[in-house]
Design a protein around this ligand. Structure first.
Ligand code: PLP
Length: 374
């Protein structure tokens, strides 16, 4: 159920930025970046960080720990693997560019890694996951909730149930473009490590990752001898208990996060998810009338990013060029989809009215490209 909450804090209907991360950031958040420098061992810092550590678990829906680390989201993927997995085997579920990369990371770390591949645009099929788990005992499973490269969302609730019913593997989930944009239930689903970045649906500037970690994952970390230093989840956990980071944190981003978590919780996590689903519905209704086709299969359309194939005779890259010339920040198709797809990032604090304006701009750009503009 959506509300009248103005996610844009005064710029309703005006956002022109639709990159699928980094996303548009409210001016109130940008202003918060300019807070005073502090020692990260001072009481003032611990007050700030303590507020963040109280609020973050509400976003992840966990009674356990949630933390920040000054890396992009990829660093938190690596933290999970280097801290908790001794040798493997890891089951890397891949259905797009980001899940592929996480699998590649696992291999580059020297972990025994089996890849379970799905075609781009297809959601992860839990039955195929079950077949893998029944055939072999895995130490960890990695999966991406929302594949930003293809705009495809998978059913993590069912995948998690499958993992827990058929194995005792750690379940590591990339919630990079789902957290704060749709339902993420860390405790209810039994996620051992949920990882996200700041620059997506949390609508913060880039440069800091957030994660929630289970007791089971921390126990696995305790058994691992070499966990490195910077990305050691046990070290982060121990310092978190003192409301600190082990190393110098990104203070400006923490000021911004403190303000933005208040904003997110004021809107309400469920209302925020509903707003994202409303933005998706707006794009779906518009696409059906205007001849744009969704790349992902039906039922797996992402609530935070739409990957679309333009109508016959309209070139995706030309369309993006025309929109850019009209001063919109667009998203191109990702990787191999660049020549054929466009992506609309409708995540963070963007509102439905702004998305509608952006879609109308597509109609004008298409008319111009076809030479039918009035
Ligand atoms: N996972 C997903 C689903 C993403 O969309 C991205 C970035 O777009 C990443 C991981 C990598 O995030 P970062 O660039 O913050 O390391």
């Amino acid at each position: 159920m959506s509300t009248n909450f103005d996610s844009t804090s005064g710029q309703a209907g005006q956002v022109r930025f639709y990159n699928p991360g980094p996303v548009w950031v409210r001016s109130q958040v940008l202003q918060a970046l300019g807070g005073p420098m502090l020692s990260h061992r001072s009481q003032a810092f611990m007050d700030l960080y303590g507020r963040i550590l109280d609020k973050l678990p509400k976003l992840f829906k966990t009674k356990g720990s949630a933390h920040t680390i000054a890396t992009s989201a990829t660093g938190a993927w690596e933290a999970g693997l280097v801290s908790c997995v001794e040798g493997g085997p890891v089951l890397s579920i891949c259905n797009g560019a980001f899940s592929d990369k996480w699998g590649e990371m696992s291999q580059r770390l020297g972990l025994e890694t089996d890849v379970l591949k799905f075609e781009w645009g297809k959601a992860v099929n839990p039955d195929d996951v079950k077949a893998k788990l029944v055939a072999k005992k895995y130490a960890a499973v990695t999966v991406v909730h929302n594949e930003t490269s293809t705009g495809t969302i998978s059913d993590i609730a069912t995948i998690a149930k499958t993992v827990h019913e058929n194995s005792d593997a750690l379940l590591m989930v990339d919630v990079v473009t789902s957290l704060a944009g749709t339902t993420v239930e860390v405790d209810e689903w039994g996620i051992d490590l949920a990882v996200s970045g700041s620059q997506k649906a949390m609508a913060l500037p880039p440069g800091i990752a957030v994660y929630a970690v289970s007791e089971k994952a921390l126990e696995a970390a305790k058994k691992k001898k070499h966990r490195g230093m910077y990305l050691d989840l046990l070290e982060l956990e121990a310092f978190g208990k003192k409301k600190q980071n082990p190393t110098t944190p990104s203070l400006p981003l923490l000021y911004a996060m403190d303000v933005q978590l208040d904003h997110i919780l004021e809107e309400g996590v469920a209302n925020r998810a509903a707003r994202h689903h409303e933005m998706l519905k707006t794009v779906e209704d518009w696409a059906a009338v205007n001849g744009f086709k969704f790349f992902p299969e039906a039922g797996a359309h992402s609530p935070t990013v739409s990957s679309l194939i333009p109508p016959e005779g309209v070139n995706a890259e030309e369309l993006n060029k025309a929109l850019k010339a009209d001063k919109w920040t667009t998203g191109s198709g990702y990787g191999k989809l660049k020549p054929t797809n466009i992506r609309i990032g409708h995540m963070g604090d963007v509102d439905v009215a702004s998305v509608k304006n952006y879609l109308e701009a597509h109609e004008r750009a298409v008319a111009k490209l076809r030479g039918t503009a009035k």
